[in-house]
Design a protein around this ligand. Structure first.
Ligand code: KIV
Ligand code: NA
Length: 266
């Protein structure tokens, strides 16, 4: 058997098979998604918000991605594991980008890397691909540029922005990427991009016509507190389950119900 490969991903588009990607930041969570048959797991820089307690993805370091990506690789047998290149690990140019990608492959054992940006990141994509490392692109809303965007909002609205997004997606493909994330893009435009590319589009807030979908696992399973973006569907309420379980445990310890005789060594 072995792991899912970028060839399998290419075949899925040819055959019109849709697939689902989830993020993961630790071995046990990744193992559960692997058991569920999720073919591609992204060790995203959303670990900044969801695992490390930062308030954006901007502070995440390559060391942090490498540490958690290694855990996800160890926790899985079948999924293709993609390591996100964090902000500051590829912006200086192709050489820096290749060095960062090599670290994630050699230290963490990821099968591919992902980085943000269209035309502006094409040289970096091309350099990494030339070294034999598969790259996934990411266009539309690119959260590492939140300070330039002035917030998180839908991208590609209006003719000029739509044309630029198409160009960016095509630049990612031409640079040799095996897929491209479309984040927060109107459904109709995402559909147009999907039709015009040979590589699969992986949508998040980009409608149903993408070749694949991706969600942040803590959003999809209901761990993230508070109000979620429109594009998220919650498939479970894990946070509520955790709160209730922790509360029950604390109560049973306080009132002496736990440990019961069956939990005691004789
Ligand atoms: O870091 C991440 O989780 C991502 C996905 C939202 C695509 O880049
Ligand atoms: Na990311």
């Amino acid at each position: 058997s072995g792991r899912v490969t970028v060839r399998d991903i290419a075949k899925a588009k040819e055959r019109g098979h849709r697939w689902a990607m989830l993020t993961a930041y630790d071995a046990m969570t990744a193992a559960a998604f692997d058991e569920a048959g999720i073919p591609v797991i992204l060790v995203g820089d959303t670990m900044g918000n969801n695992h490390l307690g930062y308030d954006s993805t901007v502070p995440v370091s390559l060391d942090e991605i490498a540490l958690l990506a290694a855990a996800v690789v160890r926790g899985t047998e079948r999924a293709l594991v993609i390591g996100d290149l964090p902000f500051g690990s590829y912006q200086q140019g192709s050489e820096q980008a290749l060095q960062s990608a090599l670290r994630l492959v050699k230290e963490a054992g990821v099968g591919a890397v992902k980085l943000e940006g269209g035309e502006r990141s094409a040289p970096q994509i091309s350099a990494i691909v030339s070294a034999g490392i598969p790259v996934m692109g990411h266009v539309g809303l690119t959260p590492q540029s939140v300070n330039a965007f002035g917030g998180y909002r839908v991208q590609g609205r209006g003719d000029t922005a739509a044309r630029q997004l198409l160009q960016d997606a095509r630049a990612v493909q031409d640079a040799g990427a095996f897929g491209v994330v479309l984040e927060a893009v109107p459904g109709e435009l995402a559909s147009q991009v999907t039709d015009s590319l040979d590589i699969p589009t992986i949508g998040i807030g980009a409608g149903p016509e993408c070749d694949a979908q991706v969600l942040v696992w803590t959003d999809a399973l209901g761990v993230t507190p508070g109000r979620l973006p429109r594009f998220v569907k919650q498939y479970a309420e894990v946070r509520q389950t955790m709160v209730e379980a922790a509360r029950a445990y604390a109560e049973e310890v306080a009132d002496g119900a736990f440990p019961a005789p069956e939990h005691v060594y004789r």
